[in-house]
Every structure is written in structure tokens, then in C-alpha cells.
Design a protein around this ligand. Structure first.
Ligand code: HAM
Length: 428
């Protein structure tokens, strides 16, 4: 009986081969840049109780209404695969009472899950790198967080990136604005696209996000959110802009930028690109001063962002960024008598910090050497029955073709000549 081979589920993908090196480089970069700003990594569970997300992200949002992977476990609890990282981090810090100790800075990286319609740059399992700064209402915290995101993205020479900035104000400001927006839009209700018609009663601010041309035309003369900010929120926003300018970062003000999650207050931003088609947002974030309290914690202002790593990797690939790794040394061997010696030599060379592959293909020596060359190895250690007897081991430097005889074990004991020759292959 033949069976159809399994395939990765729709909206998920495997990451392997050369692409994994891009991911590892991104992870290293996150550790370096965020570590230097004294952020600590946090790893929270992949699933949480459903209510954390419905209360945290907002009952009226697309994520909660349409996109969550929710299931009932055997104990009859409703659980959800995390659609984003912020709510879980907040839950963790409240649970461990870490918010009474002043400012907390943390970052995370991991898979998130949203039941969206998959397309280029949009998956059902995707990865976010996120940072969150808790315990400060200082506009400098917003600037630090935004600048870290830009610093992380920028040297990858991504000229297509734009920082879009807005202030969505405090909830009271938003309420006043929402009333004005609804009043403005109501006479046009028949002309709005169907989604926006529904949103007019459910979540009017999200209408600002509509890509529909008629809706956009109607919005062109609509009241704008920044005009409804309180004095404090306005001053805060001015200081955020001044801080970004002081650091030399440019931005575009986008008064229609409202985020797809309900928890934001004041600063909201996205880092967008023109290089990825419809999925323009590489990163999104902002301030969320009420969320901690809303989830049962102490009154704690906070600000953060998340970068979609698949989108960033796609941008890198588009620019031709790639990495390769190759063994320094490949140990090739034929004949049963060479078995232990090949194990010993591979082990000794690895102890010297070299990347060593032991060929276990059992093919002919010439095939093994060809393969080592194809992998990009710098040298082959070549073992046959004679070498086991004489303890004089041929080492072939593949770039120059130079072959030398190295006595075993003395010639393998000292790391230095090996390390040197891997960088400066001997010439005849
Ligand atoms: P978000 O805007 O929903 O924000 O997601 C952040 C980023 O994740 C997006 O800009 C995008 O690059 C990526 N992303 C989202 N959905 C998908 C998908 N289906 N496939 C591929 N990439 C995707 C948040 O999640 C907030 N928690 C960010 C935040 C942290 N705000 C404050 N702190």
C-alpha cells in the first residue's frame, strides 16, 4: 500500500539549509544589540489561557475574532496558541511580581500563531522578535525602544524601510475622537465598503486602516486623531519625535495609523517596506500604558514592538544576503582498520575549535575527497589501512593541493598549527 507523503500544514514552513544561517545571524544580532541596551531574554509558553488574549488584545479585534488557534484541553480548559508575545510577557511579569521592582526590559523570540489566509509574507505560524519596556512613562523609553528596532533593522541596508509614527492618545482621547469619526462617517454609511460598515458599530477606528478606494476617499476629509490628543499626550508625542530626531532617525507622521491590537495608548508605530508587496509591515508596536492593570497587575506604563522575522528574512534574501558554512577539515577514511583512528582524529581536531566532518559514507577515497571539496572543506585528513600502520597521516589542503604527512598523535595534539593553516593554507 502506498500512502501520500505528509506535507507541512498550510501556512507553516520548514526553515533549513542556507536559510537557517540567516535566522541564526538574526538571533545573534538580537542578543548583541538588545544585550547592549541591557534587555533580558524571556521565554514564555506557546499556549496560554484564552482569556488572556481576548482580554489583552481586545474582543473587537480581528486577531481575537477570527484568527486564534483555540482548543479545549483534556481538563476542559480553553487554551490558545499565542497570536503575539506581549500578553504572555505581561502575564508572566504580573505572576512573578516583577513589576514592583522598577523598570523591566525584556526581549523574546519565537513562533506565534494566527489563522490568517496565507500568502507571501503572511503565515499561520510565523516568528516574532519582540522587546518590551515596563515601568516608565518617560518619552525617552519610547525613543529607546523605537531606536532599538531601527538599529536592529537598519544596517542590513534596508533603504526601503519607513518609520510611520502616530499617537493614538489615551483611551479618553480616543473616545472623543471615535465619537467625532462616527459622526462624520455615518452620513456616508452606504458608500463604505462592507467591512467598514460593520466596523462603524464594532470598532470604528479600524476603518482608518481600510484599503478600499471609496472608503479612503471618504476618510480624506475626516477628522484626524492627533487633533483630539490631550495636552499631556500631545507633549509626550512631541518629545518622542524630538528624541528620534536627536538620534538622527527620520520618520513619517501617519495620522491614520491605528494598530490591529486594542491595547495601545499614545505612541503607535510601524516600520514598513515597499519591497514586500501587500505585507508592508516589518515591525509594529507602541505604548500600552493600561494593559498591565487591565490584566490584573499594578498600574504600569509600558512600550514595545515586534518584528516579523519571516518578512525580514525575505527582505534579506531579496537583497542577495546569504551565508554559508563549510567544514574546516573533512576526515575521509576507507577500511575497517581506520574506524577508531578516524573517530580519534575527528575528536582531537574538534577540541581545537575546528569544524570537522567525519565522512561516514563508506564510499571510495576519491569520492569522499571530491565531496569534501564540494562542501568547501579546507583540508582532508586521509586515512587508509597503511596510515593506521605507519601513523604518518596525509593531510591534503584543497585550495593549494599541497599534501603533507602529519605524525599521529603528536602532530594532532597542538591546536595552533591547525588553526593557522586553516586560515593560511600551505603553498608548495
Ligand atoms: P503586530 O503588528 O500584530 O504586533 O505584529 C508585529 C509584526 O509581526 C508585524 O509587523 C509582522 O511583521 C509580523 N506578523 C504579524 N502577523 C504575521 C503573519 N501572519 N505572518 C508573518 N508575519 C506576521 C504585535 O504582535 C504586538 N505584540 C507588537 C508589540 C509588542 N506591541 C507592543 N509590544
Amino acid at each position: 500500500m502506498t500512502s501520500t507523503p505528509f506535507q507541512a500544514s498550510r501556512g507553516t514552513r520548514d526553515i533549513w539549509g542556507e536559510e537557517i544561517l540567516l535566522w541564526q545571524a538574526l538571533e545573534q544580532r538580537a542578543r548583541d544589540i538588545l544585550g547592549r541596551a541591557n534587555y533580558q531574554e524571556i521565554r514564555t509558553p506557546i499556549f496560554e489561557v484564552t482569556e488572556l488574549f481576548s482580554r489583552g488584545i481586545g474582543e473587537g479585534t480581528d486577531i481575537v475574532n477570527k484568527e486564534m488557534y483555540t482548543f479545549t484541553d483534556r481538563g476542559n480548559r480553553s487554551l490558545t496558541l499565542r497570536p503575539e508575545g506581549t500578553a504572555g510577557v505581561v502575564r508572566s511579569l504580573i505572576e512573578h511580581k516583577r513589576l514592583s521592582q522598577g523598570v523591566v526590559r525584556c526581549w523574546y523570540l519565537g513562533p506565534m500563531f494566527r489563522y490568517e489566509r496565507p500568502q507571501a509574507g503572511r503565515q499561520r505560524q510565523f516568528h516574532q522578535l519582540g522587546v518590551e519596556l515596563f515601568g516608565s512613562a518617560d518619552p525617552r523609553a519610547d525613543v529607546e525602544v523605537i531606536a532599538l528596532g531601527l538599529e536592529f533593522l537598519q544596517p542590513l541596508a534596508l533603504p526601503s524601510l519607513t518609520l510611520e509614527l502616530n499617537s493614538v492618545g489615551d483611551p479618553e482621547d480616543r473616545q472623543r475622537y471615535q465619537a467625532a469619526l462616527v459622526e462624520y462617517l455615518t452620513p456616508y454609511v452606504q458608500d463604505l465598503d462592507p467591512d467598514s460598515q460593520v466596523r462603524l458599530t464594532k470598532n470604528p477606528l479600524r476603518i482608518l486602516d481600510s484599503k478600499h478606494p471609496t472608503t479612503q476617499a471618504i476618510l480624506a476629509t475626516a477628522p484626524q486623531l492627533p487633533q483630539y490628543l490631550s495636552k499631556d499626550a500631545h507633549a509626550h508625542f512631541e518629545q518622542v519625535q524630538a528624541g528620534l530626531t536627536a538620534l538622527g532617525w527620520s520618520y513619517v507622521l501617519n495620522p491614520r495609523l491605528v494598530r490591529g491590537l486594542d491595547y495601545y495608548t499614545r505612541t503607535a508605530f510601524e516600520i514598513t517596506t515597499t519591497d514586500l508587496g501587500a505585507q508592508a509591515a516589518v515591525a509594529g508596536g507602541g505604548r500600552y500604558d493600561r494593559l498591565v492593570q487591565q490584566l490584573g497587575g499594578p498600574d504600569t506604563p509600558a512600550v514595545g514592538w515586534a518584528i516579523g522575522l519571516e518578512r525580514l528574512v525575505a527582505l534579506w534574501q531579496k537583497q542577495g544576503v546569504s551565508f554559508t558554512v563549510a567544514p574546516d577539515i573533512t576526515v575521509v577514511a576507507v577500511g575497517e582498520a581506520t574506524a577508531n583512528l578516524s573517530l580519534q582524529i575527528s575528536h582531537m581536531l574538534r577540541q581545537h575549535g575546528l569544524r570537522v566532518e567525519m565522512d561516514v559514507s563508506q564510499s571510495s577515497l576519491s569520492k569522499q575527497i571530491k565531496r569534501a571539496d564540494r562542501l568547501g572543506s579546507k583540508a582532508c585528513v586521509i586515512l587508509g589501512e597503511t596510515e593506521v600502520a605507519t601513523k604518518q597521516i596525509p593531510v591534503k589542503w584543497l585550495a593549494t593541493g599541497v599534501q603533507e604527512l602529519v605524525p599521529f598523535p603528536s602532530g594532532f595534539a597542538d591546536p595552533q598549527p591547525w588553526q593557522y593553516k586553516c586560515h593560511h593554507p600551505p603553498v608548495a
